[in-house]
Design a protein around this ligand. Structure first.
Ligand code: SIN
Length: 526
């Protein structure tokens, strides 16, 4: 297969390490899985492509949803998740999430995570499409950073091996069984083989495919790309969630303004100063994200503006400062006092519902290969994720992988085949930086929150043109990332063209209605 690998290599001459679990990624899904596996007696190595803390988890603001409040229940959380998922949630996956979620969150607290408290106990906020206040948060709007801190500390304490600056180039799969990972050590500028009985993908999402996004620079879709190249099934690739409110200010980075800000009562106003959500949905500013995003885009077009405004000026400044210290500080760095100035915002790519298809215990279509967190898709988020369900997803399904695998590992002694590739042509001379910019702009223009056949066809022609790169080897991580981005970008565009309806995070102007006959998943395999 000419495009199975990204580099020429021969595993017989490369240094090798072996562990029972090889976990790729160091966000909540990766570190929690590593801790659970180590706690169950497994030997574990975590590979992460940058530093351990450089993850989407670390950036998460709003919080983690769990039915822990007195008036709440897993059944209510389940109902909200399923309504948001627009007909495509997997019932059993959602039940696992909402029923096991509270226990996993308590476990996090037991590990030392410090969430915010009010006079009644754990403080809980609301976000879009939640019928209850059930979002736990930490240091106001730095929930992910607290979770990342605690998991990182516990991993270090347990002396779990973490290899930073290790980029997973490709999975080593033979006869539909995964035996390990070919990794590139960026510090040593060399390749190495990590052999494992269980390889867990926890590499996160692909927001960086879009010029405007909320994701850290690591989110280039690598896990989805390497799994697809290795022959794994991927599902629901057309469903990308755009976040409605991302800071849109010349010179400022694309910084997320948490949905919890609307949960605490902020209004959305158009550039004429008018509050517009009452014209779009009964839940006003807390309508499902896709609806808020389209309302914003419509208002931007109507008023000929590239932004709308998030207005907190009617709220108690003391509460704002306390609940959103990070947002207050970041906005002030760019000259905005959010107590008096409405915040200019626009939608940006935020979260990928689709990914490597797994069952309810994280197993992919390849034996020995598991996936959890944003890289995975077991249908828990359907066509549209309910806010603050993603951190919970990483915990619940990471935990399930370890529960599933620890038994069979004892009697599983694979004989590792040799792996090699010598058929790739030399590197091309093209400018990968320029190619990446073109790709990001194209994804925003044609595969964003509003899609149509013409734009999707144009994108597919772009991917088709660049597919000749698959016959060539590459130089360095930046080029490998671009190849992964081309791979997953094509899958997103292909799935979006195939789904001739609109649903959740996928909206086609040429097929604006939702159809029962499309209440099904699109699954690709190379
Ligand atoms: C936010 O804080 O608005 C993001 C939360 C999420 O995406 O779940």
């Amino acid at each position: 297969m000419p495009d199975k690998y990204m580099l020429n290599f021969d595993s017989r001459v490369l240094p090798q390490e072996e562990d029972e679990y090889i976990v790729l990624g160091s966000g909540i899904a990766g570190l929690y899985t590593a801790l659970a596996a180590s706690g169950a007696g497994g030997s574990v190595t975590v590979l992460t492509k940058c530093s351990m803390m450089n993850t989407s988890t670390d950036k998460a603001q709003g919080g983690i949803a769990a039915a822990l409040g007195d008036s709440d229940s897993p059944a209510l959380h389940r109902e909200d998740t399923i309504v948001a998922g627009a007909g495509l949630c997997d019932d059993e996956a959602v039940s696992a999430l909402v029923n096991e979620g509270p226990k996993r969150v308590k476990e996090l607290i037991g590990m030392g995570a410090i969430f915010d408290y009010d006079g009644h106990g754990l403080a809980m906020t609301r976000e879009g499409a939640h019928s209850q206040r059930r979002i736990l948060h930490a240091s106001g709007d730095a929930t992910g950073a607290e979770i990342q801190r605690v998991l990182t500390e516990r991993v270090r304490e347990k002396k779990i091996k973490v290899r930073e600056s290790h980029f997973a180039v490709d999975l080593l799969v033979w006869n539909n069984t995964c035996y390990g990972v070919l990794a590139f050590d960026r510090d040593m500028d060399s390749l190495k083989v990590y052999r494992g009985k269980v390889v867990v993908l926890a590499t996160g999402g692909l927001g960086r495919l879009f010029e405007f996004n909320t994701n850290p620079e690591i989110a280039t879709g690598d896990g989805k790309a390497i799994a697809f190249r290795a022959g794994a099934e991927v599902m629901d690739m057309e469903f990308i969630q755009f976040h409605p409110t991302v800071l849109h200010l010349p010179g400022a980075p694309t910084f997320l303004i948490s949905e919890a800000v609307r949960g605490e009562g902020a209004y959305l106003r158009n550039s004429e100063g008018l509050r517009f959500m009452p014209r779009y949905h009964d839940l006003l500013e807390l309508a499902p994200r896709d609806i808020v995003v389209r309302a914003i885009l419509e208002e931007m077009a109507r008023t000929d503006s590239n932004k709308v405004y998030l207005d907190l000026t009617h709220l108690d400044p003391e509460i704002i400062r306390k609940r959103f210290p990070n947002i207050t500080k970041t906005c002030s760095l760019y000259g905005l006092d959010i107590m008096v100035d409405p915040i200019p915002v626009a939608p940006a790519a935020h979260y990928m519902m689709g990914g490597v298809k797994t069952n309810l215990v994280g197993e992919t279509s390849i034996k020995g290969l598991y996936a959890c967190g944003e890289v995975a898709c077991q249908g828990v988020h359907g066509a549209n994720r309910l806010a603050s369900n993603s951190l919970l997803d990483g915990l619940v399904f990471g935990g399930r992988i370890v529960e599933e695998t620890r038994q069979f590992l004892k009697d599983y002694h694979p004989r590792h085949p040799k792996f090699a590739c010598d058929w790739l042509l030399g590197p091309t001379k093209i400018d990968f930086g320029e190619l990446r910019q073109k790709l990001e702009a194209l994804m925003c223009a044609n595969v964003g929150p509003i899609r149509n056949r013409g734009g999707l066809k144009e994108s597919l022609a772009f991917f088709d043109y660049w597919s000749y790169l698959n016959r060539h080897t590459v130089n360095g991580v930046e080029q490998m990332e671009v190849k992964n981005m081309l791979q997953v970008g094509e899958l997103v565009a292909e799935a979006a063209l195939s789904r001739r309806e609109s649903r959740g995070g996928h909206y086609r102007v040429d097929y604006p209605d939702t159809h029962r006959r499309w209440q099904k998943h699109i699954i690709f395999r190379r």
